[in-house]
Design a protein around this ligand. Structure first.
Ligand SMILES: C[S@@+](CC[C@H](N)C(=O)[O-])C[C@H]1O[C@@H](n2cnc3c(N)ncnc32)[C@H](O)[C@@H]1O
Length: 355
């Protein structure tokens, strides 16, 4: 159900996206990027535009699908390995910063083991995150919680009151796969700048597997992923005032083995002309708008990516099918805190696969 009740608590939520309506603001940059993508010879829309309140709700529905193995596999690894993760992170009692937090449930599943003093949820879908955070704050009143509405593809600015030591950045959901590898490297390097020797990054990574399994996860027969993909056109209509008719478009998803990525597109069912205040774009029947990449990594390739970003893999946990990995990384050469114990070795061990 779409959550649309007004916010009632005093929970601090800092909305960096809406804070600056002047020229050159994030909203301006978003409009410019959307128009540039629409005018490009191969039209594209950045995947961050999937996420308004409805998009976030549709994503939660996707995670319930049998075909969408990612969420339940990652959850199972976190559940089975929570104590090892807490010990390896050395961030006990510190600040847990959840990037692209969504409903925050994965982070919450680690609260008992990590015992964070402070939880910071960062998400572009601000209203959805805010309501989720309210629910979490009621469940965990002893944790200081802050919500930050921000686009993490821009340089991350954390408010001064957020703890600086024992920061554990948590980036689950394999969202790192939405970046092309060069962008992913820059993003990870940027995160490294916020982590000192006492901090770490805990990140979920979807691994390469057979194409049929991958494809089914992004093209379910119920059409939930199709609705999620099409919802981006509603957002475009709102943001740039375009006149996309959703019924003119269909969802397409496939695995591109050469790039090791799932691609999602919207394909014109017939010739259409889309108009907005300052222009228009004609699409031939069958022409596509590229809406998402989701890179799938071999474990070694992901470790190498971390290395190029100035981070190093410290521990890694996977499920028994090796479909998904949860990786703990530190800044390269970081001196371990004396009370952290030895790093958890790379582990191909089994985690419970049940929901
Ligand atoms: C795939 S969902 C994952 C949600 C949750 N972390 C999980 O693992 O189930 C991606 C989340 O990241 C958020 N998101 C997407 N792009 C973002 C961006 N550029 N900046 C901040 N948040 C973003 C979405 O709103 C959504 O909550």
């Amino acid at each position: 159900m779409l959550r649309s009740t007004p916010v009632t608590t005093m929970l601090p939520v800092i909305d960096l996206e809406r804070a600056a309506p002047e020229v050159g603001s994030p909203a301006d940059a978003d409009r410019d990027a959307l128009l540039a993508g629409l005018r490009a010879p191969r039209a594209w829309i950045a995947p961050k535009f999937f996420y308004d309140a409805l998009g976030s709700t549709l994503f939660d529905a996707i995670t319930e699908l049998d075909e969408y193995y990612l969420t339940r596999t990652e959850r199972a690894i976190l559940r089975a390995r929570e104590r090892e993760i807490a010990a390896a992170s050395g961030c006990d009692g510190g600040t847990l910063i959840d990037l692209g937090a969504g409903n925050g449930e994965k982070a919450a599943s680690l609260f008992a083991a990590l015992r964070p003093r402070e939880y910071v949820a960062v998400d572009i879908s601000v209203d959805y995150m805010h309501h989720s955070l309210e629910v979490l704050q009621r469940r965990f009143p002893g944790i200081v919680m802050t919500g930050i509405g921000a686009d993490i593809t821009r340089p991350l600015v954390l408010p001064a009151h957020i703890g600086r030591t024992r920061r554990l950045f948590f980036y689950p959901g394999s969202s790192i796969g939405n970046f092309v590898p060069d962008q992913a490297q820059r993003f990870l390097a940027g995160l490294g700048a916020h982590i000192d020797d006492t901090g770490a990054l805990l990140i979920g990574v979807d691994l390469v597997k057979d194409a049929a399994t991958l494809q089914a996860a992004y093209d379910d027969p119920l059409g939930v992923t199709a609705a999620f993909n099409l919802n981006v056109l509603r957002r475009l209509n709102r943001i740039i005032g375009s006149d996309f008719v959703l019924a003119d478009w269909r969802h397409v998803a496939f695995f591109d083995a050469a790039h090791s990525r799932i691609e999602m597109h919207l394909e014109a069912r017939r010739a259409v002309c889309v108009r907005w205040a300052s222009g228009e774009r004609r699409f031939a029947a069958g022409e596509r708008i590229h809406t998402e990449n989701s890179y799938k990594y071999p474990l070694e390739a992901f470790a190498a990516l971390l290395g190029r970003a100035g981070l190093e893999q410290h521990a890694c946990w996977t499920d028994e099918r090796q479909w998904f990995a949860v990786v703990l990384a530190r800044r390269s050469g970081a001196r371990r805190r004396s009370d952290c114990g030895e790093p958890t070795p790379v582990d191909g061990g089994a985690a419970d696969q049940k929901r």
